[in-house]
Write a protein that binds this ligand. Structure first.
Ligand code: AMP
Length: 557
């Protein structure tokens, strides 16, 4: 199996873009699929979101593209518009250093915009079957030059009743095209579709190696994508690990999390695969001696790490494959000591998490995220415990004399309380900013009800570097977060992932966008429609009078 993207024969501009994204090496699905597709084979891959499947089909498509031919050469069918936008964005990030045009096409978006883009000549079309078929029937797109068709999340497309549309679309593409099918499961209609429209397809599944899973406590928390960092700090405050490795998927994420933890005064350091041996040794030395309590790393960077034992392994990002999960958690609970493995799972990753557990033959326990109250209670318990230990250890004489002296002025309770305050620092309940509940919105989660929002119904300020915009339509106009993400992503050409929290109120909505792009978004949105309505957009005023107490985001359940 190839151990690097370069060994898979990818070109320099592609390799550069991947390196910048922080991918260190191909996942098993990627190595196998990229090879097969590059060799011109059809592929049936049993893979789901979270395995790196998008890059697995996108990279060979990009390599094969004729940049001079301004006509669709690849067609990717996806079950939902969210996935279409996401896949189109992935293509854009992989082709950062190439002139290649990608168009997401989905229902709900005004068709004339798509027509203009199609007329300009796009090379990769990513869309939902219904809307693609629309264009075929209107003769606004021709797939005569298509060389590769990808059916992404085929089982989901089947569930959504798209199977006939898919067949009709496949018939409009050249017969000698290459077809790749990705599906988490292989129900009969999908298998039949593959039989009829694919030729000698290579089947790709990632073989489950024999895995010995260490016997340690494994728990997981479900968290919204945007809350992940906040929740990580909450968990760290709750657990207070003596030593933990925090695993992230990419080098970029390692850097990002490392810097943010350090900024909040956690004793953390990041470990990089590309650090030289001397700095690596220094970081590891500090970690082993307990000076650094939290080590943030990718799987690649942590490979071959010689650490005696860590108290916690935290999967900030789930690994891309089950084997890595087992390797990661094996770093705790060594030599019979108690260890704990904690995984953060976003709603989108539920299926992948299920499959990791199934392949590894484990069942992790789902836990409720600790509340601030839980953190405070734990902290107090720990403190009381340490007081008990100090008393048990004796040697208090010099302090007893002081206590007796002051005991003439103050009650024993006041004395102890003052000493506790000095020792413990400010109590969290005195710090209002710690009490803010996090955002729970996640733009691309189609399953989450759009109105399941922060429960306190109070506006919290946008994250640093973000500006909050006010849009004058809301729930009463049947606006959903996806409409806003779609409009901003398409009209202002800002990738969906850089759009921040969205809150939909009855009569208006608030959305956070990168501050330096706020004007661009306002300008673009003013010209566009959401849910067939003209809209007005402006920068939201902090605690805007428009946010009336009667106009809270409605709570669900
Ligand atoms: P996917 O399964 O395509 O939805 O990908 C899941 C996530 O993994 C995405 O955030 C990708 O950017 C990321 N990813 C894909 N391939 C790799 C890789 N080789 N190394 C690290 N991250 C990756």
């Amino acid at each position: 199996m190839a151990s690097s993207f370069a060994a898979l024969g990818l070109s320099e501009p592609t390799l550069k873009a991947i390196a910048e994204l922080g991918y260190e090496e191909p996942t098993p699905i990627q190595s196998q699929t990229i090879r097969a597709l590059s060799e011109g084979e059809d592929v049936i891959a049993q893979a789901q979101t979270g395995t790196g499947k998008t890059a697995a089909f996108a990279l060979p498509i990009i390599e094969k593209l004729d940049p001079k031919l301004r006509s669709p050469q690849a067609l990717i069918l996806t079950p939902t518009r969210e996935l279409a936008v996401q896949v189109a964005e992935a293509f854009q990030s992989y082709t950062k250093y190439q002139q290649i045009s990608v168009l997401p096409v989905y229902g709900g978006q005004p068709i004339d915009r798509q027509l203009r883009a199609l007329e300009r000549g796009v090379q990769i079309v990513v869309g939902t079957p219904g809307r693609i078929l629309d264009h075929i029937r209107r003769k606004t797109v021709k797939f005569v030059n298509v060389r590769t068709v990808v059916l992404d999340e085929a089982d989901e497309m089947l569930n959504m009743g798209f199977i006939e549309d898919i067949e009709a679309i496949l018939k409009e593409t050249p017969e000698d095209r290459q077809t790749a099918l990705f599906s988490a499961t292989m129900p009969m209609p999908i298998a039949n579709l593959a039989k009829r429209y694919m030729h000698n397809a290579r089947r790709i599944t990632v073989a489950a190696e024999q895995m010995t899973v260490p016997q340690i406590r494994q728990i997981y928390y479900e968290v919204g994508k945007r809350d992940k960092f906040e929740m990580l700090t909450r968990i760290l405050d709750f657990e207070v690990p003596a030593s933990a490795i925090i695993f992230c998927r990419t080098k970029l994420e390692v850097d990002n999390i490392g810097q943010r933890l350090i900024a909040r005064a956690y004793p953390a350091e990041a470990l990089h695969g590309d650090m030289n041996q001397a700095s690596r040794d220094r970081v590891m030395g500090r970690f082993r001696s307990g000076q650094t309590e939290l080590l943030i790393a990718t799987d690649v960077a942590a490979r071959g790490l010689d650490v005696e034992q860590v108290s916690h392994v935290i999967n900030y990002d789930l690994p891309l494959e089950p084997q890595s999960y087992v390797h990661r958690i094996g770093r705790t609970g060594r030599a019979g000591r108690a260890g704990i493995a904690i995984s953060l799972v976003t709603p989108r990753e539920r299926r992948q998490w299920g499959s990791i557990q199934q392949t590894a033959g484990i069942k992790a326990q789902r836990m409720q995220l600790p509340t601030i109250g839980d953190v405070i209670t734990r902290r107090r318990e720990r403190f009381k415990e340490s007081i008990r230990e100090v008393i048990a250890a004796e040697g208090l004489e010099p302090y007893t004399i002081m206590a007796e002296e002051m005991g003439e002025e103050y009650s024993p309770t006041d004395l102890a309380a003052a000493a506790f305050k000095l020792l413990m620092g400010t109590m969290p309940e005195e710090r209002a900013d710690l009490l803010a509940e996090p955002e729970v919105y996640e733009p691309y989660d189609k399953k989450r009800a759009p109105d399941k929002k922060r429960s306190h119904g109070k506006e919290s300020p946008p994250e640093r570097g973000m500006t909050r915009l006010y849009i004058d339509i809301g729930r009463e106009d049947r606006v959903r977060p996806g409409d806003i993400v779609g409009a901003i992503a398409n009209e202002a050409e800002i990738p969906g992932r850089s759009i921040g929290a969205i809150e939909i109120f009855d009569h208006f909505s608030l959305v956070d966008v990168p501050a330096n792009q706020a004007q661009q978004v306002i300008k673009a949105l003013q010209k566009s429609m959401i849910r067939n309505q003209k809209i007005s957009v402006e920068i939201a005023k902090p605690s805007s009078p428009k946010v009336k107490s009667t106009d809270k985001p409605r709570r669900k359940g």
